[in-house]
Ligand binder design. Structure first.
Ligand SMILES: Cc1ncc(C[n+]2csc(CCOP(=O)(O)OP(=O)(O)O)c2C)c(N)n1
Ligand SMILES: [Mg+2]
Length: 652
């Protein structure tokens, strides 16, 4: 995310508001009709209870309570966290404010769970960690939320203010660490600032292009009570009234709407390229209306999966490195591309100068800095999709594109994504995912790890609803799947949530099985177990002459590897048993359907199904990094043999 980022840090002992933090409650407040006059927040300091006038003590709230109250006012009723010395004050009071904490097993899981919650529900997710290692364990999840524009609020405790900057026990300057990977990172300097910081954090996380915000509370801030110079208890207004940090982005400027409509009407080969922005702004139904009105084929990014129905006659499915051949051909042969809520990621474009080389591009995005960033476009439009798509759907008129639609449909028929299960052979991983898609009717909320299984899930799980395919797309974080599924299940308890994971990826956060058990979260985990860091193995085979350095996950002590009755390693079924999560392994294709049925039988029960698949499958289609759609590799035969290089030379 390339929005302006700032960190708001206090220096120890500094008494003023952090610069640039517009606390509107410095002035007497129109308290929205509650007739109470609140003190000037800059005159509120924090002090221990004994320093507050005796008669005020019974009703006085300390910093941790003010925080919990403010979270409650933001509508937070659940968060994901892990306790430690620097946040115990907060843990101590959460329940009093109706806030449930899902205690994960590692703080990375808390951040991913907050992401899963946010992406599944559309509401901001909250995670809470202690100082030092607790805070740094959040960092991967915060970076992940930043890459995928997910609104989360990360709360960290820190050492008491007087110890800041002194390399105190478990002190990390988490505000500086996270400044480049958040929309903003705050450190609360004074008890009276808590309501304004909370309000800012939630507004900023969710406004315009969403993203992560961090707020760091030194321990004394959590422990102290707000008081004025006379020793009166002086609670700041809750919620604070704040100035807006980001101006809302509107719809189309009139002249641009006219220009866009003209371009659309003239186009003979239009394609819509839709991304995560459509899902984040809940604009999928407008996307469908627009596509249908214009008879315009639609391809989505992995972030946009679920924004357009996969069985729609205009659907071209996913584009990019492992997208469909027909989507990649269509977008590159289009004369007009409507790029909606996308960011021209290199995994989509390949060689960017060749991407959509001849077509015009209209790019609509809420983040102005995305426009003309990776790819120069014909008409950049800075607009909120919630307004821009209805405007376009109302005003645009289709051109003459019937032949083009037919062409796209012919391509779809010509180059379908196929799955093949040969009787008696090891389970084909694509087929296993296809079967799951069929069995669940594409209605599940799916999370994934990172690797081949992620790409196969993207290709073969027919996602039918927005907010239903949660993938670490921008950062590619192995270990995302299980904690994200936990967050999604907490947010959407009535939905079927399935983590389609890789054996390597799951290993990174498998301890969160305990969270599933502890809180009775009926998350289903399907391990596409190929006994490899499969995507690494694929690249090593293609680029490093088959030198499979450190990508084998199987047990070196086992002589028979990766046949259908193998001794797989690690033994996920036994690990799951250790966490008291029911699990089974399936190695034969003929047993898979029944195993899925058993897994899905009880929606309340967490369940791990270890699907041992054939280990040498590769992900195709594949456009090698930095190549173009013409270089697409459809199967291993395309790579040629040693004497004839085929497309091998493209892969570097
Ligand atoms: C935290 C992290 N470390 C390393 C990588 C690099 N990486 C990308 S895919 C992959 C292999 C993943 O293996 P697995 O989860 O078993 O999935 P598979 O490809 O076998 O389906 C690796 C190591 C990564 N994406 N994330
Ligand atoms: Mg694997």
């Amino acid at each position: 995310m390339s929005q302006t980022k700032k960190s708001e840090r206090s220096t120890t002992g500094e008494d003023s508001n952090p610069p640039g933090l517009p606390f509107a409650d410095e002035n007497p407040i129109d308290a929205g009709g509650d007739q109470v006059t609140y003190p000037d927040v800059s005159s509120i300091t924090g002090a221990s209870l004994s320093e507050i006038r005796e008669e005020d003590r019974a009703r006085a709230l300390k910093g941790a309570q003010l925080l919990a109250k403010c979270l409650q006012l933001e509508g937070v009723d659940v968060l994901f966290g892990y306790p430690g010395g620097a946040n115990l004050e907060i843990f101590d009071v959460l329940r009093d404010y109706g806030i449930r904490c899902i205690r994960v097993e590692h703080e990375q899981g808390a951040a991913h769970a907050a992401e899963g919650f946010a992406r599944a529900t559309g509401r901001p997710g909250v995670c809470l960690a202690t100082s030092g290692p607790g805070a740094t364990n959040l960092v991967t999840g915060i970076a992940n939320a930043n890459s995928d524009s997910v609104p989360i609020v990360a709360i960290t405790g820190n050492v008491p203010s007087p110890l800041l900057g002194k390399n105190a026990f478990q002190e990390v300057d988490i505000v500086s660490v996270t400044a480049p990977i958040t929309k903003r990172s705050y450190q609360v300097q004074r008890v009276g600032h808590i309501p304004a910081v909370v309000r800012h954090a939630f507004r900023l996380a969710t406004s315009n292009r969403p993203g992560p915000v961090l707020m760091d509370l030194p321990k004394d801030i959590q422990q102290h009570y707000p008081r004025d110079p006379e020793g009166n208890y002086a609670p700041p207004r809750m919620p604070a009234i704040i100035e807006r940090l980001e101006d809302p982005v509107g719809g189309f400027p009139a002249d641009q709407l006219e220009e866009a409509c003209r371009m659309i009407h003239e186009a003979k080969r239009p394609v819509i390229y839709a991304g995560g922005g459509v899902i984040a702004s809940d604009a999928s139904s407008w996307l469908i209306q627009l596509a249908e009105k214009l008879s315009c084929p639609v391809t989505t990014t992995i972030m946009g999966l679920g924004a357009f129905p996969p069985d729609h006659p205009l659907a071209l499915h996913v584009l990019g490195m492992h997208g469909t051949k027909y989507a990649n051909f269509a977008i590159n042969q289009a004369d007009l591309v409507l790029a909606i809520g996308v960011r021209f990621d290199d995994r989509v474009t390949g060689k960017v100068s060749e991407f959509i080389k001849h077509g015009k591009i209209i790019h609509i995005d809420v983040d102005r800095s995305e426009l003309n960033k990776n790819k120069r476009v014909t008409l950049p439009i800075w607009a909120d999709l919630r307004q821009a798509l209805p405007q376009l759907a109302a005003s645009a008129q289709p051109g003459e594109c019937a032949e083009w639609v037919q062409q796209c449909q012919d391509w779809r028929g010509q180059w379908p994504l196929t799955v093949e299960q040969v009787e008696g052979k090891g389970i084909n991983p694509q087929w296993a995912i296809h079967q799951l898609s069929e069995l669940t009717g594409g209605d599940a909320l799916v999370t994934v790890g990172v690797g081949q299984h992620q790409m196969w899930a993207m290709q073969h799980y027919q996602v039918r609803h927005p907010r239903s395919f949660l993938s670490s797309s921008g950062l590619g974080t192995m270990g995302f799947g299980l904690p994200a599924a936990i967050g999604a299940k907490v947010g959407c308890p009535d939905r079927l949530v399935i983590d389609i994971d890789g054996d390597g990826s799951l290993n990174m956060t498998i301890h969160e099985l305990s969270t599933c058990h502890r809180y009775g979260l009926g998350v289903k985990i399907v391990v596409i177990n190929n006994q490899w860091l499969g995507m690494v193995r694929q690249w090593q085979d293609m680029i490093y002459k088959g030198h499979r350095a450190e990508s084998d996950l199987s047990d070196p002590a086992t002589s028979v590897k990766r046949s259908s009755e193998v001794e797989v390693y690690p033994d996920f079924v036994t690990i799951a048993a250790g966490y008291k999560v029911r699990a089974e392994r399936v190695t034969r294709s003929s047993d898979l359907a029944a195993a899925y049925e058993r897994m899905l039988a009880d929606p309340e029960e967490p369940y791990l199904l270890d699907v041992v698949v054939s280990s040498d499958e590769n992900v195709y289609p594949m456009i090698p990094a930095g190549a173009t759609y013409k270089d697409i590799i459809m199967c291993s035969d395309d790579l040629g043999h040693d004497h004839d290089h085929g497309k091998k030379d493209l892969i570097r």
